[in-house]
Design a protein around this ligand. Sequence first.
Ligand SMILES: *[C@@H]1O[C@H](CO)[C@@H](O)[C@H](O)[C@H]1NC(C)=O
Ligand SMILES: *[C@@H]1O[C@H](CO)[C@@H](O)[C@H](O)[C@H]1NC(C)=O
Ligand SMILES: *[C@@H]1O[C@H](CO)[C@@H](O)[C@H](O)[C@H]1NC(C)=O
Length: 350
Amino acid sequence: MDGIIMLKGLIFVCLIASSTARELKAKDQGSIYNHTLATILVEYAATVYVSDLTELFTWTCPRCNDLTKGFQILDLIVDVKLCLQAYVGVAPDLNAIVIAFRGTQATSIQNWIADLFWKQLDIEYPGMENAMVHHGFYSAYHNTTLRPGVLSAVKRAKELYGHIPIMVTGHSMGGAMAAFCGLDLTVNYGSRNVSVMTFGQPRIGNAAFASYYSKWVPNTIRVTHEHDIVPHLPPYYHYFPQKTYHHFPTEVWLHNLGFGLLVYAVEKVCDNSGEDPSCSRSVTGYSIKNHLWYYGVRLGGENPGFCRIVERDLAAYGTVDVDGNVILSRDIPSSVLRMNVEPNEDGRLM
Ligand SMILES: *[C@@H]1O[C@H](CO)[C@@H](O)[C@H](O)[C@H]1NC(C)=O
Ligand SMILES: *[C@@H]1O[C@H](CO)[C@@H](O)[C@H](O)[C@H]1NC(C)=O
Ligand SMILES: *[C@@H]1O[C@H](CO)[C@@H](O)[C@H](O)[C@H]1NC(C)=O
């Protein structure tokens, strides 16, 4: 028994030592993994799946309680036809603007994953030579009602609070959209302090794209979990590294180490290649269950494969565009955040 306890202690010390070393390494790369922040942002990524817009907009849904308490939504945007959803708001505890995306739920998750195998790198990312991305993920953010809704809310929040940090998050396809949004805010709107954290995100572009992306949005964490299949897709072929899909850094791989009584949860901060062979790529991606749970939080719709929205008593906030998309919008009381940061000297608010 003593032996087991000693062994446990030894393994524990080794894990602490190695994780500390990794954190230092991650800092050198400019992207700092913060476990506490991840457990908060995963809840934001989970709430964006809520289909009762009234509960979501007023932040009274059952999921809207725990670590996200006090959040104030500015804009809630639903693309009804494509079944996409996003919100922008201010989080008093984080003293930040939080943007969360939900990808399509129009088909079952099994069908959606099966389709991922065949996604082509079929358009060039504007202004970035040789950077190819998948058209579907790109246009879910860039060519829908989500982008103007998100940008307008960010602009309003910045008028009120200046250059406070912006945190963009999403799970699965929502993670792909979060990455495009973070890049857009940085490249096209000169936003500073943009960080992106995604959960179970698929690959979205090629190596050239990943390299541009990580220069523009270095503060990006891409969390993967055990055998989650989605981060393995669309496939990466290591013998054609320039031609195929390639993840951007920095991956953090959540997995368990050990056997039986000696199992420890490890959060491995991976290297700056985006395709660290010792992280999730060291295992086979076969699990949908691992895709739907991150940090003990379930991510996914209440009725997967079935897109619906429920809304009551929101006429005062809502507009519906010609395509039937819903945009709920309001201004925030200026007292939500502790700090009222001055706009930068150049007066730019975006
Ligand atoms: C991690 O994030 C939490 C929540 O935002 C914050 O309170 C804490 O200071 C951060 N820790 C570090 C080391 O930055
Ligand atoms: C944008 O969407 C419209 C209609 O939804 C479509 O006709 C158009 O081809 C799309 N453009 C791009 C660049 O994806
Ligand atoms: C980022 O946000 C922090 C906290 O609000 C602030 O202290 C810092 O100056 C900001 N950095 C930039 C470049 O705006």
